[in-house]
Design a protein around this ligand. Structure first.
Ligand SMILES: *[C@@H]1O[C@H](CO)[C@@H](O)[C@H](O)[C@H]1NC(C)=O
Ligand SMILES: *[C@@H]1O[C@H](CO)[C@@H](O)[C@H](O)[C@H]1NC(C)=O
Ligand SMILES: *[C@@H]1O[C@H](CO)[C@@H](O)[C@H](O)[C@H]1NC(C)=O
Ligand SMILES: *[C@@H]1O[C@H](CO)[C@@H](O)[C@H](O)[C@H]1NC(C)=O
Length: 553
Protein backbone atom coordinates (compact mmCIF):
# COMPACT_ATOMS: atom_id res chain seq x y z
CA UNK A 1 0.00 0.00 0.00
CA UNK A 2 2.73 2.45 1.03
CA UNK A 3 4.72 1.55 -2.05
CA UNK A 4 1.74 2.12 -4.30
CA UNK A 5 1.14 5.57 -2.85
CA UNK A 6 4.79 6.41 -3.27
CA UNK A 7 4.76 5.23 -6.88
CA UNK A 8 1.69 7.28 -7.64
CA UNK A 9 3.36 10.29 -6.15
CA UNK A 10 6.48 9.82 -8.24
CA UNK A 11 4.39 9.56 -11.39
CA UNK A 12 2.46 12.63 -10.31
CA UNK A 13 5.70 14.48 -9.61
CA UNK A 14 7.00 13.67 -13.07
CA UNK A 15 3.89 14.90 -14.75
CA UNK A 16 3.92 18.27 -12.99
CA UNK A 17 7.33 19.22 -14.27
CA UNK A 18 6.60 18.88 -17.94
CA UNK A 19 9.92 19.97 -19.31
CA UNK A 20 13.12 21.34 -17.95
CA UNK A 21 15.49 21.96 -20.80
CA UNK A 22 17.92 24.81 -21.26
CA UNK A 23 17.25 25.90 -17.69
CA UNK A 24 13.70 26.92 -18.54
CA UNK A 25 11.52 24.74 -16.31
CA UNK A 26 7.85 24.43 -17.16
CA UNK A 27 5.51 23.55 -14.34
CA UNK A 28 1.85 22.54 -14.52
CA UNK A 29 -0.63 23.99 -12.05
CA UNK A 30 -4.41 23.60 -11.85
CA UNK A 31 -4.62 26.96 -13.59
CA UNK A 32 -2.25 26.20 -16.45
CA UNK A 33 1.40 25.73 -17.33
CA UNK A 34 4.04 28.23 -16.23
CA UNK A 35 7.52 28.65 -17.66
CA UNK A 36 10.27 29.90 -15.36
CA UNK A 37 14.01 30.20 -15.39
CA UNK A 38 16.98 29.34 -13.19
CA UNK A 39 19.02 31.72 -11.07
CA UNK A 40 21.93 31.33 -8.67
CA UNK A 41 21.97 32.01 -4.93
CA UNK A 42 24.63 34.06 -3.17
CA UNK A 43 26.54 30.83 -2.48
CA UNK A 44 26.16 29.52 -6.00
CA UNK A 45 23.28 27.05 -5.68
CA UNK A 46 20.89 26.89 -8.62
CA UNK A 47 17.21 27.56 -8.00
CA UNK A 48 14.07 27.99 -10.08
CA UNK A 49 12.43 31.38 -10.44
CA UNK A 50 8.87 31.87 -11.68
CA UNK A 51 8.35 35.61 -11.84
CA UNK A 52 5.43 37.83 -12.70
CA UNK A 53 2.81 35.07 -12.32
CA UNK A 54 -0.59 36.73 -12.68
CA UNK A 55 -2.81 35.86 -9.68
CA UNK A 56 -5.70 38.25 -10.47
CA UNK A 57 -7.04 39.87 -13.59
CA UNK A 58 -5.85 43.39 -14.40
CA UNK A 59 -8.04 45.70 -12.22
CA UNK A 60 -8.86 48.06 -15.07
CA UNK A 61 -12.02 49.69 -16.39
CA UNK A 62 -15.05 48.57 -14.38
CA UNK A 63 -12.77 46.50 -12.13
CA UNK A 64 -10.79 49.56 -10.97
CA UNK A 65 -11.49 50.38 -7.28
CA UNK A 66 -13.12 46.99 -6.81
CA UNK A 67 -12.06 43.86 -4.95
CA UNK A 68 -9.72 41.75 -7.10
CA UNK A 69 -10.90 39.18 -9.56
CA UNK A 70 -8.83 35.96 -9.16
CA UNK A 71 -7.21 34.74 -12.36
CA UNK A 72 -9.01 32.02 -14.34
CA UNK A 73 -7.32 28.97 -15.90
CA UNK A 74 -5.44 29.68 -19.11
CA UNK A 75 -4.45 27.80 -22.25
CA UNK A 76 -0.84 27.42 -23.29
CA UNK A 77 2.22 28.33 -21.26
CA UNK A 78 2.38 31.45 -19.08
CA UNK A 79 5.76 33.15 -19.49
CA UNK A 80 7.19 33.74 -16.02
CA UNK A 81 10.83 34.04 -17.04
CA UNK A 82 11.24 37.65 -15.87
CA UNK A 83 9.74 40.19 -13.49
CA UNK A 84 6.22 41.34 -14.24
CA UNK A 85 5.23 45.02 -14.03
CA UNK A 86 5.17 46.98 -10.77
CA UNK A 87 1.87 48.53 -9.72
CA UNK A 88 1.15 52.13 -10.74
CA UNK A 89 3.50 54.53 -8.91
CA UNK A 90 5.86 57.40 -9.71
CA UNK A 91 8.23 54.95 -11.41
CA UNK A 92 11.75 55.78 -12.54
CA UNK A 93 10.97 53.89 -15.78
CA UNK A 94 7.32 54.53 -16.58
CA UNK A 95 6.95 51.56 -18.90
CA UNK A 96 7.70 49.19 -15.98
CA UNK A 97 4.48 50.25 -14.18
CA UNK A 98 1.08 48.91 -15.18
CA UNK A 99 -2.34 48.20 -13.75
CA UNK A 100 -1.76 44.60 -14.87
CA UNK A 101 0.47 44.26 -11.80
CA UNK A 102 -1.29 41.67 -9.65
CA UNK A 103 1.64 39.30 -9.94
CA UNK A 104 3.68 37.14 -7.63
CA UNK A 105 7.09 35.51 -7.82
CA UNK A 106 7.91 31.99 -6.65
CA UNK A 107 11.47 30.84 -5.90
CA UNK A 108 12.21 27.20 -5.15
CA UNK A 109 15.20 24.88 -5.21
CA UNK A 110 13.27 21.71 -5.84
CA UNK A 111 9.87 21.14 -7.36
CA UNK A 112 9.77 17.44 -6.73
CA UNK A 113 6.30 16.90 -5.40
CA UNK A 114 6.82 13.54 -3.78
CA UNK A 115 5.26 12.63 -0.47
CA UNK A 116 2.91 14.77 1.50
CA UNK A 117 3.25 17.94 3.57
CA UNK A 118 6.24 16.80 5.59
CA UNK A 119 8.55 16.58 2.57
CA UNK A 120 7.59 19.95 1.29
CA UNK A 121 9.41 23.12 2.22
CA UNK A 122 8.26 25.88 4.52
CA UNK A 123 7.06 28.94 2.64
CA UNK A 124 7.87 32.60 3.32
CA UNK A 125 5.54 35.13 1.68
CA UNK A 126 6.97 38.66 1.60
CA UNK A 127 4.83 41.82 1.53
CA UNK A 128 6.95 44.76 0.40
CA UNK A 129 7.17 48.20 2.08
CA UNK A 130 6.60 51.64 0.51
CA UNK A 131 3.84 53.47 2.43
CA UNK A 132 1.13 51.80 0.32
CA UNK A 133 2.17 53.96 -2.63
CA UNK A 134 5.54 52.74 -3.99
CA UNK A 135 7.82 49.70 -4.59
CA UNK A 136 7.09 46.12 -5.58
CA UNK A 137 8.06 42.50 -5.03
CA UNK A 138 10.14 42.47 -8.21
CA UNK A 139 13.42 40.59 -8.07
CA UNK A 140 15.46 43.24 -9.87
CA UNK A 141 14.31 46.32 -7.98
CA UNK A 142 13.24 45.62 -4.42
CA UNK A 143 13.38 41.98 -3.47
CA UNK A 144 16.25 39.95 -4.98
CA UNK A 145 15.83 36.38 -3.62
CA UNK A 146 19.51 35.31 -3.78
CA UNK A 147 20.11 35.42 0.01
CA UNK A 148 16.99 33.73 1.34
CA UNK A 149 17.27 31.02 -1.32
CA UNK A 150 20.41 29.68 0.36
CA UNK A 151 18.00 28.60 3.10
CA UNK A 152 15.80 25.52 2.87
CA UNK A 153 12.58 27.37 2.06
CA UNK A 154 10.27 28.37 -0.77
CA UNK A 155 10.04 32.16 -1.15
CA UNK A 156 7.09 34.06 -2.59
CA UNK A 157 7.10 37.85 -3.12
CA UNK A 158 3.93 39.65 -4.12
CA UNK A 159 2.66 42.90 -5.62
CA UNK A 160 -0.54 44.63 -4.55
CA UNK A 161 -2.30 47.76 -5.81
CA UNK A 162 -0.87 51.03 -4.51
CA UNK A 163 -1.92 54.60 -3.85
CA UNK A 164 -5.42 55.73 -4.81
CA UNK A 165 -5.82 52.67 -7.05
CA UNK A 166 -5.19 50.35 -4.11
CA UNK A 167 -6.53 52.22 -1.11
CA UNK A 168 -9.08 54.85 -2.11
CA UNK A 169 -12.14 54.64 0.08
CA UNK A 170 -15.29 56.72 0.17
CA UNK A 171 -17.00 55.24 3.22
CA UNK A 172 -19.83 54.24 0.89
CA UNK A 173 -20.64 51.20 -1.23
CA UNK A 174 -19.12 53.01 -4.24
CA UNK A 175 -15.61 52.25 -3.01
CA UNK A 176 -15.38 50.59 0.42
CA UNK A 177 -11.53 50.53 0.22
CA UNK A 178 -8.75 48.12 1.25
CA UNK A 179 -8.37 46.89 -2.37
CA UNK A 180 -4.62 46.41 -1.96
CA UNK A 181 -5.18 44.19 1.11
CA UNK A 182 -7.77 42.15 -0.75
CA UNK A 183 -5.17 41.67 -3.50
CA UNK A 184 -2.82 40.28 -0.85
CA UNK A 185 -5.55 37.89 0.31
CA UNK A 186 -6.01 36.57 -3.24
CA UNK A 187 -2.22 36.10 -3.47
CA UNK A 188 -2.27 34.15 -0.16
CA UNK A 189 -5.10 31.98 -1.47
CA UNK A 190 -3.06 31.35 -4.61
CA UNK A 191 -0.21 30.19 -2.35
CA UNK A 192 -2.59 27.91 -0.41
CA UNK A 193 -3.91 26.33 -3.60
CA UNK A 194 -0.81 26.08 -5.80
CA UNK A 195 2.42 26.26 -3.82
CA UNK A 196 2.65 22.46 -3.44
CA UNK A 197 3.39 22.27 -7.17
CA UNK A 198 6.53 24.31 -6.44
CA UNK A 199 7.59 22.05 -3.57
CA UNK A 200 6.11 24.37 -0.93
CA UNK A 201 4.07 23.33 2.11
CA UNK A 202 0.76 25.23 2.18
CA UNK A 203 0.41 24.20 5.84
CA UNK A 204 3.55 26.11 6.82
CA UNK A 205 3.35 29.67 5.52
CA UNK A 206 5.16 32.55 7.20
CA UNK A 207 3.89 36.00 6.34
CA UNK A 208 6.70 38.55 6.43
CA UNK A 209 6.01 42.25 5.97
CA UNK A 210 8.12 45.38 6.22
CA UNK A 211 6.70 48.84 7.09
CA UNK A 212 3.50 49.15 5.03
CA UNK A 213 3.95 45.41 4.50
CA UNK A 214 4.18 44.97 8.28
CA UNK A 215 0.94 46.89 8.76
CA UNK A 216 -0.48 44.47 6.20
CA UNK A 217 0.89 41.34 7.90
CA UNK A 218 -0.50 42.37 11.30
CA UNK A 219 -3.88 43.23 9.76
CA UNK A 220 -4.02 39.77 8.16
CA UNK A 221 -3.76 38.44 11.73
CA UNK A 222 -7.14 40.02 12.49
CA UNK A 223 -8.82 39.95 9.08
CA UNK A 224 -11.83 37.68 8.62
CA UNK A 225 -10.62 37.17 5.03
CA UNK A 226 -7.18 35.81 5.99
CA UNK A 227 -8.10 33.18 8.58
CA UNK A 228 -6.00 30.05 8.23
CA UNK A 229 -3.98 31.33 5.28
CA UNK A 230 -0.68 31.55 7.22
CA UNK A 231 0.94 30.11 10.31
CA UNK A 232 3.57 32.58 11.49
CA UNK A 233 4.16 36.31 11.09
CA UNK A 234 7.24 38.53 10.84
CA UNK A 235 6.29 42.15 11.46
CA UNK A 236 9.20 44.46 10.70
CA UNK A 237 9.33 48.20 11.45
CA UNK A 238 5.78 49.28 12.26
CA UNK A 239 2.33 47.88 12.82
CA UNK A 240 -1.30 49.05 12.75
CA UNK A 241 -1.43 49.60 16.54
CA UNK A 242 0.06 53.09 16.85
CA UNK A 243 -1.64 56.27 18.03
CA UNK A 244 -3.42 56.79 14.70
CA UNK A 245 -6.95 55.39 14.59
CA UNK A 246 -8.23 54.16 11.27
CA UNK A 247 -11.53 55.53 9.99
CA UNK A 248 -14.32 53.98 7.99
CA UNK A 249 -13.47 55.92 4.85
CA UNK A 250 -11.35 58.75 3.46
CA UNK A 251 -13.95 60.62 1.41
CA UNK A 252 -12.20 63.98 1.61
CA UNK A 253 -8.97 62.50 0.34
CA UNK A 254 -10.86 60.81 -2.50
CA UNK A 255 -12.39 64.18 -3.35
CA UNK A 256 -8.97 65.82 -3.33
CA UNK A 257 -7.77 63.17 -5.79
CA UNK A 258 -10.85 63.75 -7.96
CA UNK A 259 -10.25 67.49 -8.04
CA UNK A 260 -6.62 67.01 -9.02
CA UNK A 261 -7.73 64.85 -11.94
CA UNK A 262 -10.60 67.11 -13.01
CA UNK A 263 -13.52 64.99 -11.79
CA UNK A 264 -16.59 66.39 -10.07
CA UNK A 265 -16.72 65.34 -6.44
CA UNK A 266 -20.40 64.59 -6.10
CA UNK A 267 -22.41 62.51 -6.24
CA UNK A 268 -19.80 60.02 -5.04
CA UNK A 269 -20.81 57.30 -7.50
CA UNK A 270 -20.27 59.71 -10.37
CA UNK A 271 -16.91 60.78 -8.99
CA UNK A 272 -15.73 57.17 -8.88
CA UNK A 273 -17.00 56.52 -12.40
CA UNK A 274 -15.09 59.56 -13.61
CA UNK A 275 -11.92 58.35 -11.86
CA UNK A 276 -12.35 54.97 -13.58
CA UNK A 277 -11.85 56.72 -16.92
CA UNK A 278 -8.54 58.38 -16.07
CA UNK A 279 -5.25 57.06 -17.46
CA UNK A 280 -3.53 55.10 -14.67
CA UNK A 281 -0.36 57.18 -14.61
CA UNK A 282 -2.43 60.30 -13.83
CA UNK A 283 -2.72 58.89 -10.30
CA UNK A 284 1.05 58.52 -9.99
CA UNK A 285 1.67 61.96 -11.45
CA UNK A 286 -0.65 63.62 -8.94
CA UNK A 287 0.68 61.71 -5.91
CA UNK A 288 3.01 64.41 -4.59
CA UNK A 289 0.16 66.97 -4.67
CA UNK A 290 -1.93 64.70 -2.45
CA UNK A 291 0.37 65.23 0.55
CA UNK A 292 -0.06 68.13 2.97
CA UNK A 293 3.58 68.98 3.67
CA UNK A 294 6.62 67.33 2.08
CA UNK A 295 5.77 63.62 1.92
CA UNK A 296 3.53 63.89 4.99
CA UNK A 297 1.31 62.47 6.33
CA UNK A 298 3.38 59.30 5.74
CA UNK A 299 0.28 57.17 5.67
CA UNK A 300 -1.72 59.05 3.09
CA UNK A 301 -4.11 56.32 1.97
CA UNK A 302 -4.88 54.18 4.97
CA UNK A 303 -6.46 50.90 5.93
CA UNK A 304 -10.15 51.48 6.62
CA UNK A 305 -12.55 49.71 8.94
CA UNK A 306 -15.14 48.85 6.32
CA UNK A 307 -18.80 49.48 7.02
CA UNK A 308 -20.94 46.52 5.96
CA UNK A 309 -22.39 47.14 2.50
CA UNK A 310 -22.75 43.42 1.84
CA UNK A 311 -19.18 43.20 0.50
CA UNK A 312 -16.59 40.85 1.92
CA UNK A 313 -14.78 43.00 4.48
CA UNK A 314 -11.01 42.87 4.96
CA UNK A 315 -11.02 44.90 8.17
CA UNK A 316 -14.07 45.03 10.42
CA UNK A 317 -12.71 46.28 13.75
CA UNK A 318 -10.09 48.44 15.40
CA UNK A 319 -6.69 46.68 15.36
CA UNK A 320 -5.55 47.83 18.81
CA UNK A 321 -8.79 46.58 20.38
CA UNK A 322 -8.57 43.28 18.53
CA UNK A 323 -5.01 42.62 19.78
CA UNK A 324 -5.93 43.83 23.26
CA UNK A 325 -8.77 41.33 23.48
CA UNK A 326 -6.78 38.47 22.02
CA UNK A 327 -9.17 38.49 19.11
CA UNK A 328 -6.59 37.57 16.44
CA UNK A 329 -4.88 34.57 14.82
CA UNK A 330 -2.48 33.61 17.60
CA UNK A 331 0.47 32.61 15.46
CA UNK A 332 4.10 32.94 16.62
CA UNK A 333 5.55 36.36 15.81
CA UNK A 334 8.89 38.04 15.20
CA UNK A 335 8.62 41.84 15.49
CA UNK A 336 11.13 44.66 15.80
CA UNK A 337 12.73 47.89 14.69
CA UNK A 338 16.05 49.35 13.58
CA UNK A 339 18.09 51.64 15.81
CA UNK A 340 17.52 54.91 13.92
CA UNK A 341 14.45 54.24 11.71
CA UNK A 342 13.13 57.61 10.45
CA UNK A 343 16.32 59.68 10.54
CA UNK A 344 15.82 60.72 6.93
CA UNK A 345 12.63 62.61 7.80
CA UNK A 346 14.46 64.51 10.53
CA UNK A 347 17.25 65.45 8.14
CA UNK A 348 14.75 66.40 5.41
CA UNK A 349 12.95 68.75 7.75
CA UNK A 350 16.01 70.27 9.40
CA UNK A 351 18.03 70.87 6.24
CA UNK A 352 15.16 72.38 4.23
CA UNK A 353 14.60 75.97 5.24
CA UNK A 354 10.91 76.00 4.29
CA UNK A 355 10.17 72.88 6.29
CA UNK A 356 12.31 73.96 9.24
CA UNK A 357 10.48 77.29 9.38
CA UNK A 358 7.15 75.47 9.35
CA UNK A 359 8.31 73.44 12.34
CA UNK A 360 9.36 76.55 14.22
CA UNK A 361 6.33 78.68 13.37
CA UNK A 362 3.50 76.14 13.16
CA UNK A 363 4.60 73.22 15.30
CA UNK A 364 1.27 72.94 17.07
CA UNK A 365 -0.77 72.71 13.91
CA UNK A 366 1.56 70.31 12.03
CA UNK A 367 2.68 67.98 14.82
CA UNK A 368 -0.43 65.75 15.02
CA UNK A 369 -0.19 65.15 11.26
CA UNK A 370 3.60 64.75 11.18
CA UNK A 371 3.73 62.40 14.16
CA UNK A 372 0.64 60.42 13.38
CA UNK A 373 -1.83 61.16 16.19
CA UNK A 374 -4.14 63.48 14.27
CA UNK A 375 -7.15 61.33 15.19
CA UNK A 376 -6.55 61.71 18.93
CA UNK A 377 -9.16 63.81 20.77
CA UNK A 378 -6.29 64.81 23.10
CA UNK A 379 -4.01 66.11 20.35
CA UNK A 380 -3.86 69.69 21.68
CA UNK A 381 -2.77 68.52 25.11
CA UNK A 382 -0.26 66.02 23.72
CA UNK A 383 1.60 68.27 21.27
CA UNK A 384 3.45 70.46 23.82
CA UNK A 385 4.33 67.37 25.88
CA UNK A 386 5.95 65.69 22.88
CA UNK A 387 7.73 68.87 21.92
CA UNK A 388 9.19 69.34 25.38
CA UNK A 389 10.23 65.71 25.69
CA UNK A 390 11.93 65.36 22.31
CA UNK A 391 12.97 68.88 21.28
CA UNK A 392 13.14 70.91 24.46
CA UNK A 393 12.72 74.67 24.50
CA UNK A 394 13.97 77.15 21.96
CA UNK A 395 13.97 77.00 18.17
CA UNK A 396 14.44 73.77 16.25
CA UNK A 397 17.83 73.76 14.50
CA UNK A 398 19.87 71.16 12.68
CA UNK A 399 22.58 71.19 15.33
CA UNK A 400 20.37 71.08 18.39
CA UNK A 401 17.43 69.02 17.22
CA UNK A 402 18.65 66.25 14.92
CA UNK A 403 18.67 63.41 17.46
CA UNK A 404 15.44 64.56 19.09
CA UNK A 405 13.55 64.91 15.85
CA UNK A 406 14.97 61.59 14.63
CA UNK A 407 13.64 59.91 17.78
CA UNK A 408 10.28 61.65 17.53
CA UNK A 409 9.70 60.62 13.91
CA UNK A 410 10.94 57.10 14.65
CA UNK A 411 8.91 56.54 17.80
CA UNK A 412 5.68 57.94 16.41
CA UNK A 413 5.75 56.08 13.10
CA UNK A 414 7.65 52.90 13.91
CA UNK A 415 8.77 52.31 17.49
CA UNK A 416 5.58 52.90 19.45
CA UNK A 417 3.34 50.99 16.99
CA UNK A 418 5.71 47.99 17.29
CA UNK A 419 6.01 48.38 21.06
CA UNK A 420 2.25 48.33 21.53
CA UNK A 421 1.81 45.43 19.10
CA UNK A 422 4.43 43.39 20.95
CA UNK A 423 2.96 44.21 24.38
CA UNK A 424 -0.56 43.27 23.31
CA UNK A 425 0.16 40.22 21.16
CA UNK A 426 2.65 38.68 23.60
CA UNK A 427 -0.11 38.20 26.18
CA UNK A 428 -1.63 35.58 23.88
CA UNK A 429 1.12 34.23 21.64
CA UNK A 430 4.89 33.83 21.47
CA UNK A 431 6.59 37.05 20.32
CA UNK A 432 10.30 37.31 19.55
CA UNK A 433 11.27 40.99 19.63
CA UNK A 434 14.42 42.51 18.10
CA UNK A 435 16.33 45.75 17.77
CA UNK A 436 18.52 45.82 14.68
CA UNK A 437 21.73 47.80 15.30
CA UNK A 438 24.20 46.31 12.81
CA UNK A 439 25.76 48.99 10.63
CA UNK A 440 27.31 47.78 7.40
CA UNK A 441 28.98 49.82 4.68
CA UNK A 442 25.73 50.52 2.83
CA UNK A 443 22.55 52.25 3.89
CA UNK A 444 19.39 53.96 2.74
CA UNK A 445 20.75 57.15 4.33
CA UNK A 446 24.22 58.65 4.02
CA UNK A 447 24.89 61.77 6.06
CA UNK A 448 26.63 64.21 6.45
CA UNK A 449 28.62 63.12 3.37
CA UNK A 450 27.41 60.76 0.68
CA UNK A 451 29.58 57.82 1.76
CA UNK A 452 28.98 57.60 5.50
CA UNK A 453 25.91 55.70 6.72
CA UNK A 454 24.14 57.98 9.20
CA UNK A 455 23.14 55.08 11.42
CA UNK A 456 20.85 52.09 11.01
CA UNK A 457 17.72 53.43 9.40
CA UNK A 458 14.38 52.24 8.01
CA UNK A 459 14.99 49.44 5.44
CA UNK A 460 18.69 49.00 6.33
CA UNK A 461 18.00 45.54 7.78
CA UNK A 462 16.35 44.51 4.51
CA UNK A 463 19.77 44.76 2.84
CA UNK A 464 20.68 41.42 4.50
CA UNK A 465 17.46 39.63 3.55
CA UNK A 466 17.08 40.75 -0.06
CA UNK A 467 19.38 41.90 -2.83
CA UNK A 468 18.50 45.56 -3.40
CA UNK A 469 20.70 46.63 -6.31
CA UNK A 470 20.15 50.39 -6.13
CA UNK A 471 21.75 50.34 -2.65
CA UNK A 472 24.41 47.64 -2.96
CA UNK A 473 25.63 44.85 -5.21
CA UNK A 474 25.06 41.33 -3.91
CA UNK A 475 27.26 40.51 -0.89
CA UNK A 476 29.61 37.57 -1.38
CA UNK A 477 31.28 35.27 1.12
CA UNK A 478 34.28 37.56 1.65
CA UNK A 479 32.30 40.77 2.18
CA UNK A 480 32.11 41.85 5.85
CA UNK A 481 28.28 41.91 5.59
CA UNK A 482 28.28 38.18 4.81
CA UNK A 483 27.90 37.19 8.47
CA UNK A 484 24.80 39.33 8.90
CA UNK A 485 23.22 37.79 5.80
CA UNK A 486 23.82 34.34 7.32
CA UNK A 487 22.48 35.30 10.75
CA UNK A 488 19.36 37.05 9.56
CA UNK A 489 18.36 34.60 6.82
CA UNK A 490 19.24 31.71 9.16
CA UNK A 491 17.04 32.93 12.02
CA UNK A 492 14.16 33.93 9.73
CA UNK A 493 14.24 30.52 8.00
CA UNK A 494 14.38 28.65 11.34
CA UNK A 495 11.36 30.65 12.46
CA UNK A 496 9.56 29.77 9.22
CA UNK A 497 10.34 26.12 9.81
CA UNK A 498 9.94 25.68 13.59
CA UNK A 499 8.29 28.89 14.81
CA UNK A 500 11.51 29.39 16.78
CA UNK A 501 14.50 31.42 15.49
CA UNK A 502 16.78 29.84 18.12
CA UNK A 503 16.90 26.67 16.05
CA UNK A 504 18.94 28.43 13.36
CA UNK A 505 22.03 26.60 12.24
CA UNK A 506 24.40 29.24 13.68
CA UNK A 507 27.47 29.12 15.91
CA UNK A 508 26.99 30.28 18.59
CA UNK A 509 23.25 29.60 18.70
CA UNK A 510 21.12 32.68 19.25
CA UNK A 511 19.66 33.01 22.73
CA UNK A 512 16.49 34.84 21.77
CA UNK A 513 14.07 34.93 24.72
CA UNK A 514 10.43 35.67 23.88
CA UNK A 515 8.68 38.64 25.51
CA UNK A 516 7.04 37.72 28.81
CA UNK A 517 4.59 39.53 31.03
CA UNK A 518 6.60 42.33 32.72
CA UNK A 519 9.73 41.19 30.88
CA UNK A 520 10.36 43.19 27.73
CA UNK A 521 12.93 40.81 26.27
CA UNK A 522 14.52 41.49 22.94
CA UNK A 523 17.46 40.37 20.84
CA UNK A 524 19.91 43.03 19.79
CA UNK A 525 20.94 42.07 16.27
CA UNK A 526 24.31 43.80 15.92
CA UNK A 527 27.89 42.63 15.40
CA UNK A 528 26.81 40.02 17.97
CA UNK A 529 23.42 38.61 18.80
CA UNK A 530 22.82 39.84 22.35
CA UNK A 531 19.78 39.10 24.53
CA UNK A 532 18.61 42.25 26.31
CA UNK A 533 15.66 43.61 28.28
CA UNK A 534 13.72 46.85 27.90
CA UNK A 535 13.59 48.15 24.33
CA UNK A 536 13.69 52.00 24.51
CA UNK A 537 11.64 51.62 27.70
CA UNK A 538 11.92 55.21 28.80
CA UNK A 539 10.74 56.57 25.43
CA UNK A 540 7.96 54.08 24.81
CA UNK A 541 6.47 54.27 28.30
CA UNK A 542 6.01 57.99 27.65
CA UNK A 543 3.85 57.04 24.64
CA UNK A 544 2.04 54.42 26.69
CA UNK A 545 1.03 57.20 29.08
CA UNK A 546 -0.01 59.61 26.31
CA UNK A 547 -2.08 56.97 24.52
CA UNK A 548 -3.29 54.62 27.24
CA UNK A 549 -5.03 51.37 26.50
CA UNK A 550 -7.61 50.26 29.03
CA UNK A 551 -7.20 47.04 31.07
CA UNK A 552 -3.59 46.35 30.18
CA UNK A 553 -1.27 45.60 33.04
C1 LIG B 1 12.07 50.60 -19.24
O1 LIG B 1 11.33 49.40 -19.10
C2 LIG B 1 11.08 48.76 -20.33
C3 LIG B 1 10.14 47.59 -20.06
O2 LIG B 1 10.65 46.76 -19.04
C4 LIG B 1 12.41 48.32 -20.95
O3 LIG B 1 12.17 47.69 -22.19
C5 LIG B 1 13.29 49.55 -21.15
O4 LIG B 1 14.57 49.14 -21.59
C6 LIG B 1 13.44 50.31 -19.83
N1 LIG B 1 14.13 51.56 -20.06
C7 LIG B 1 15.17 51.97 -19.34
C8 LIG B 1 15.73 53.30 -19.69
O5 LIG B 1 15.64 51.29 -18.43
C1 LIG C 1 11.84 72.04 0.72
O1 LIG C 1 10.55 71.53 0.99
C2 LIG C 1 9.53 72.11 0.18
C3 LIG C 1 8.20 71.62 0.73
O2 LIG C 1 8.11 70.23 0.67
C4 LIG C 1 9.79 71.70 -1.25
O3 LIG C 1 8.79 72.25 -2.09
C5 LIG C 1 11.16 72.19 -1.67
O4 LIG C 1 11.46 71.70 -2.95
C6 LIG C 1 12.23 71.71 -0.70
N1 LIG C 1 13.49 72.35 -1.02
C7 LIG C 1 14.57 71.67 -1.28
C8 LIG C 1 15.81 72.48 -1.57
O5 LIG C 1 14.61 70.45 -1.28
C1 LIG D 1 26.74 73.36 14.13
O1 LIG D 1 27.75 72.64 14.81
C2 LIG D 1 28.99 72.60 14.13
C3 LIG D 1 29.97 71.72 14.89
O2 LIG D 1 29.37 71.09 15.97
C4 LIG D 1 29.52 73.99 13.95
O3 LIG D 1 30.72 73.97 13.21
C5 LIG D 1 28.48 74.85 13.21
O4 LIG D 1 28.92 76.21 13.18
C6 LIG D 1 27.14 74.79 13.92
N1 LIG D 1 26.16 75.47 13.10
C7 LIG D 1 25.29 76.33 13.59
C8 LIG D 1 24.33 76.93 12.60
O5 LIG D 1 25.24 76.58 14.77
C1 LIG E 1 33.49 39.83 -3.26
O1 LIG E 1 33.11 41.15 -3.70
C2 LIG E 1 34.16 42.07 -3.57
C3 LIG E 1 33.59 43.41 -3.97
O2 LIG E 1 32.64 43.81 -3.01
C4 LIG E 1 35.32 41.64 -4.46
O3 LIG E 1 36.39 42.56 -4.32
C5 LIG E 1 35.78 40.24 -4.07
O4 LIG E 1 36.76 39.79 -4.96
C6 LIG E 1 34.61 39.28 -4.09
N1 LIG E 1 35.02 37.99 -3.58
C7 LIG E 1 34.66 36.83 -4.13
C8 LIG E 1 35.12 35.59 -3.44
O5 LIG E 1 33.98 36.78 -5.15
Amino acid sequence: MRFKVLLLNVIAALSFVIAQRNSEPIIRTDLGAIKGTTLETRLGQRFFAFRGIRYANPPTGRLRFRAPDPVLPWEGVFDATDDGPMCIQPAFNRSEASEDCLRLNVYTKSMSNKGSGACRKDVIVYIHPGGFYVFSGQSRNNAGPQYLMDQDIVLVTINYRLGALGYMSTGTADCPGNMGFKDQVVALKWVRDHIHRFGGNADSVTLMGYSAGAVSAALHMISPMSKGLFHRAIVMSTSPTGALKFSSGQLQLAQKQAQLLGCEVSPTAKMIDCLREKPPMDFADSLQAMFVIGWYPTLLWQPVIEPDFGQERFLDRDPTEAFLKGDFMRVPVIAGITKDEFASSAIDFLTNETLRNELNQNFNSFAPLLFSYITSPDANRITPLLRMKYLGEGPVTLNRSLQGLNDLFSDSHIGFPIHRFVQLASRFTKVYQYKFTYQGRYSYLYYPDDRTPYGVVHHDDLLYLFVIPHITAIFNSTDPENKMVEKLTGMWAAFAKHGNPNRADLIPKPNWVPVKRNEDNYLEIGEQLTPRKGLFTERFSFWDQLFPVPNIE
